[in-house]
Ligand binder design. Structure first.
Ligand SMILES: Cc1cc2nc3c(=O)[nH]c(=O)nc-3n(C[C@H](O)[C@H](O)[C@H](O)COP(=O)(O)OP(=O)(O)OC[C@H]3O[C@@H](n4cnc5c(N)ncnc54)[C@H](O)[C@@H]3O)c2cc1C
Length: 271
């Protein structure tokens, strides 16, 4: 849609060109959400595309994802041999309510900064133990664990004008075995529940990440592989009644049910 409150689009060529932050400014990434609804409080967009941040860089340490990397680019990424969790990238890229346009324009950083429960880039990066690099408008860059970034439905830890610059997926997580379960009420619809379990190759531990069913990502970490009963108890201890996310894509009770159901399937698959 046309945003008739916008009077200027700034296109910085480098970080040095980014203007001091003012009320009414908004970062523009893929624009798939920004242009989907009126932005009455916004008069200036600052386009991140012109900064030309590298999209994807694989190294022995893991995968560095520029915040402006599109979901389509991430979906096409060919991972080095040994990154057994790499198929999760593709699975999560397809776990959005997505038209062709959104798929090609939406960015990984934009999806994370939207901080919706059904943000599948949040699911992916939390499950793979990512660290985000944030650029405050004043001061030095800071690092935040993916698990701590989203604080509620459409809420996160970004201060005013603060940028998400990049996402680091550690090689140790990319080398894990994984199991994935997702449900949505309609084919290609918004996720009602998206769960990922991971387990290191040495077979110690188990990490279960619950997203979409809850307003923010929840994670259960086990040093020893849990029994079915231990897993159920841990879910009920960690996820409180108020954490289940009730919306048109599923009631809280439905999402709670899916979570227990899929968690046990994931546990059995990785046992
Ligand atoms: C039909 C439709 C279906 C959708 N389905 C889903 C869905 O299933 N799940 C879901 O999560 N979302 C969904 N969305 C919302 C949105 O399109 C996606 O979250 C998308 O990934 C946002 O990415 P973008 O690059 O287009 O962000 P933009 O629209 O450009 O920006 C989104 C917000 O993030 C801010 N932002 C962007 N990048 C940065 C950055 N690097 N640092 C700081 N702030 C930043 C922007 O200022 C803006 O507030 C849907 C939208 C539509 C229209």
């Amino acid at each position: 849609m046309n945003l008739n409150t916008i009077v200027e689009v700034k296109r910085p060529a480098s970080e040095g060109d980014i203007p001091a932050w003012r009320e009414g400014y908004a970062w523009l990434a893929g624009g798939t959400w920004l242009f989907s609804t009126p932005q009455l409080a916004t008069h200036t967009l600052i386009d991140l595309e012109t900064l030309r941040w590298p999209s994807l860089k694989a190294s022995a340490a893991g995968l560095e994802i520029g915040a402006t990397c599109t979901i389509a680019e991430l979906e096409r990424f060919e991972a080095p041999a040994g990154w057994s969790a790499a198929p999760l990238l593709k699975l999560c890229c397809h776990a959005l309510l997505m038209s062709f346009k959104i798929y090609n324009a939406a960015t990984v950083g934009g999806n994370i900064c939207m901080s919706l429960p059904a943000g599948s880039m949040i699911s992916l990066t939390t499950a793979l133990e990512a660290t985000y690099t944030l650029w405050p408008r004043e001061g030095r860059p800071r690092k935040v664990a993916a698990l701590d970034f989203v604080t509620g439905n459409h809420k996160n830890v970004l201060a005013q004008g603060e940028l998400l610059r990049s996402i680091h997926l550690p090689a140790s997580a990319l080398q894990k075995r994984f199991a994935f379960r997702r449900s949505s009420l309609t084919h290609l619809g918004r996720s009602a529940a998206l769960l990922v379990g991971t387990r290191a190759k040495d077979e110690t531990g188990f990490l279960l990440t619950v997203t979409a069913a809850t307003a923010r990502p929840m994670q259960l970490k086990f040093d020893r592989f849990p029994s079915d009963e231990a897993l159920r108890q841990a879910i009920s201890k960690t996820i409180k009644d108020a954490d289940w996310f009730d919306d048109v894509h599923g009631s809280a009770a439905y999402k709670r049910h899916l979570t227990y159901y899929y968690a046990e399937q994931i546990r059995s698959e990785l046992a």
